[in-house]
Write a protein that binds this ligand. Structure first.
Ligand code: ZN
Length: 146
């Protein structure tokens, strides 16, 4: 299941990426572009815009009700049968699937403490950001209303 989020639900898009879901999002997209991409790539539109939600297009659309990202996340998770999340498998900035990397190769890219205390690292093939599953990740996951 793939999604595309409009500019008003950017924070929601990020959180869905934390869960490993494929969510296209850019503050540059207008309504026409969102509908075009949704149709071309079979994505479900997530929007707070009633006019966008009412426009006719081939795919599915979910009108997000709340202003609050936790409520929004709850709505999406309740609406779709999403299971088996592959958390922290996707770049939060560019939505690309992360690739596992050899610990040695990222030695200069992460703080020494992180390097010494973690074993598994992953890198985004698009922006080269390095991710690791640390305390911050656990704190983020605790906030998710699953
Ligand atoms: Zn990236």
């Amino acid at each position: 299941m793939k999604f595309i989020a409009d500019v008003m639900v950017g924070k929601l898009a990020r959180w869905l990426r934390v869960l490993g879901l494929d969510v296209v999002y850019s503050s540059q997209y207008d309504d026409d572009e969102i509908i075009r991409l949704a149709n071309a790539e079979g994505r479900i539109i997530l929007t707070r815009d009633t006019r966008l939600a009412a426009r006719r297009h081939n795919g599915r659309c979910l009108l997000i009700e709340s202003d609050n990202y936790k409520e929004q996340l709850r709505q999406v998770l309740a609406c779709f049968d999403l299971k088996g999340f592959n958390v922290f498998s996707r770049c939060l900035e560019c939505n690309r699937a992360l690739e596992d990397v050899d610990k040695e190769t990222i030695f200069e890219k992460v703080p020494p403490y992180v390097y010494l205390t973690h074993e598994r690292f992953a890198r985004c093939p698009s922006c080269n950001r390095v991710y690791w599953h640390g305390t911050h990740a656990d704190e983020m996951l605790k906030q998710i209303p699953l």
